[in-house]
Design a protein around this ligand. Sequence first.
Ligand code: AMP
Ligand code: TRP
Length: 326
Amino acid sequence: MKKRVFSGIQPSGILHVGNYLGAIRNWVELLDTHDCIFCIVDLHAITVPYEPAEMPGRILDAAAGYIACGVDPARCTIFVQSDVHEHTELAWYFNTVIPVAYLERMTQYKEKSAQFSEHVTMGLLDYPVLQAADILLYKAEIVPVGEDQVQHIELARDVARKFNNRYGGIFPEPAARVGSGARILGLDGQAKMSKTLDNYIAVTETPEEIWRKLSTAVTDPARKRRTDRGNPDVCNIFSLHRLFSSAGEQARVAEGCRTAGIGCLDCKRILADNIARELAPVRERHAALKGKRDFIEGVLREGACRCGEIARGTIREAKAAMGLLR
Ligand code: AMP
Ligand code: TRP
């Protein structure tokens, strides 16, 4: 029996290189060895202010983005969270075992309630409980995510443990799987790459756009002139080389940087070419999927059907354990 993997991304517009390296590239690695379920978490996306009219398009675009990045629907299950009602049902059961204090200390909750101070809702506080329900509904054991989600996976473990202690061992304790691109910085070299900060490269960008964005990106701040020697270990551009360039090329670039043999622009040119090469098939597949709405809807329908079946089984078990089945 293959181990089950679950992960999700919010349909919040564009997929960027942080999502790609932190999450999706690791999903693709698991396709053949694991039973993979990947979710478009629209119920999480509505915990911050959003435009309802844009949501259907964003959900379809997220699905197209997953598939374009290589998340092959023939080898995994892709579905939309709100299509399987059991997510919110299980989240409610979990709400009765998890202390409020656990949620109030979540880093993402603190950050988002500062960012959206006019909109600090129960949904925002409860976000990690819904995430625990996403994972545990399928009894998934492995959750491939970026570093920022590790605290939420720990909470899902707490939820599983507390539920099991009270009602009997139903849920496995899931583990986060954090790959080499755990925390990608944005082009400013300061903050995490994210949509809201506009410091990202989207996975669908053209080679020209990639070059335009990289050409002004921050490098080793101490290297001010072309003739200065640089330090690749503190350069955000070099950290991207580590994820997109061959070992040999990394060694040549690092050496060139340390000896001032190459300038920052030369180094960026090589990186831009390598990113463009890796993302070219993503962009092409994404463009090809534009006219294939029926195909995407079919993938999502099939995914919801399979997930609904598993979910109903788990809910039955949970209800039985909780004394809610007659
Ligand atoms: P989000 O876009 O916040 O729904 O994140 C979706 C997935 O991408 C999660 O697994 C995140 O941990 C991951 N992710 C988002 N931004 C980054 C980043 N800058 N570096 C690494 N992983 C990221
Ligand atoms: N909170 C995650 C994020 O913003 C998205 C998410 C929702 C998720 N449910 C999940 C990730 C379950 C992994 C497993 O990135």
